[in-house]
Design a protein around this ligand. Structure first.
Ligand SMILES: C[S@@+](CC[C@H](N)C(=O)[O-])C[C@H]1O[C@@H](n2cnc3c(N)ncnc32)[C@H](O)[C@@H]1O
Length: 323
């Protein structure tokens, strides 16, 4: 018992001197009138593994649909990207769809996976380098909303950003436009953008995709609180919060929250946060687009649509843009 207490005292004194972006964002988000936590913190190592399990769920049509679109059109996509390009992937996760692309690309100069989930990124990059020994794989741990420096010594004039997974949909429209503008600057006048995003469809299909029967999505959402407990010394009681998600048709997005099941208070770095029963913390949006709506957003920062591929049900779209 004493060892446990010593350990906790040690952990708490470490945490009281913590000064991390996660702590600053958590305190700011939880002290606001409408509580929120930024969705990028869903992805620690466990979060990335849970997301991989979500991708395999029956209800989560997004991954298998985008993978199929990519496989069905791989030659046309590779032709659009062209020979000898540097492929920079935003939010690369386990780089699963990327393998379909890499199998078809002509002599890519390098593959640069960019992700915020460092351990998962570096592990994936190691595996990929073994699978593609000829390929120059250069992972970058970064928050793509903030911009990042490209590695030195890349032997190519042409950069293509690959942004699959409907990750752009997690950003509110003004933030999505800002990231599209960063991409536009990064690729210069000779590059391209290959991007996958989810399309508007029936409420039933959408809501099932974000609240599966096995509860994997709920574990993924609640992992945010688990991470805050571990990294920030918070004391969220996970049995007193629940995952809530629904489609907001007017805003065209899935909204995901954790909901307090009772009146309770939570301590983070000596700050006490009060919750009423039924009060929610906003965790994530997943915006659903139309093809013309998305094209218009990309055109607003200087992109021109070159190609669009979709599935028979029009569930998901993959678009290719140049400047
Ligand atoms: C929805 S998953 C998509 C993963 C993969 N691209 C796919 O298509 O299956 C989002 C990925 O983006 C990463 N991510 C989320 N926000 C990020 C950010 N702000 N900067 C960098 N990576 C981020 C996550 O760690 C995760 O790997």
């Amino acid at each position: 018992m004493q060892r446990l207490l010593d350990h906790q005292t040690q952990a708490n004194s470490d945490i009281s001197t913590l000064d991390t972006p996660f702590l600053a964002d958590a305190l700011a988000g939880l002290s606001a009138g409408r509580k929120s936590l930024p969705c990028k913190y869903l992805y620690d190592e466990r979060g990335s593994q849970l997301f991989d399990r979500i991708c395999e769920l029956d209800e989560y049509y997004l991954t298998r649909t985008e993978t199929q679109i990519t496989a069905d059109n791989a030659e046309a996509i590779a032709e659009a990207i062209g020979t000898g390009a540097v492929l920079v992937e935003y939010g690369s996760g386990s780089s699963l769809k990327t393998r379909v692309l890499l199998d078809h690309l002509q002599a890519p100069a390098a593959y640069i996976p960019v992700d915020i989930s460092e351990e998962h990124l570096l592990g994936t990059a190691r595996v990929l380098q073994n699978e593609y020994p000829e390929l120059d794989v250069r992972p970058i741990t970064a928050d793509f909303t903030q911009g990042f420096d490209m590695p030195q010594g890349l032997n190519s004039e042409r950069t293509c950003v690959y942004f699959p997974g409907s990750t752009i949909g997690n950003l509110e429209k003004h933030a999505a436009i800002r990231v599209l503008r960063l991409i536009s600057e990064q690729i210069g006048s000779s590059g391209g953008l290959l991007i996958g995003f989810d399309l508007q469809k029936s409420r039933e299909v959408l809501e099932q995709a974000y609240d599966d029967s096995l509860g994997v999505t709920a574990s993924f959402t609640l992992n945010m609180l688990r991470r805050a407990n571990r990294e920030l010394g918070a004391d969220f009681d996970l049995s007193q919060f629940e995952h809530v998600s629904f489609y907001n048709a007017e805003a065209g997005r899935i909204e995901i929250y954790v909901e307090s099941q009772c009146d309770q208070s939570v301590t983070i770095a000596e700050e006490q946060i009060e919750f009423e029963a039924g009060e929610r913390i906003h965790i994530e949006y997943s915006h659903k687009y139309t093809i013309p709506g998305f094209a218009q957003m990309a055109e607003s920062v200087g992109f021109s649509q070159r190609a669009v591929w979709t599935d028979d049900d029009n569930y998901f779209a993959v678009m290719y843009f140049e400047k």
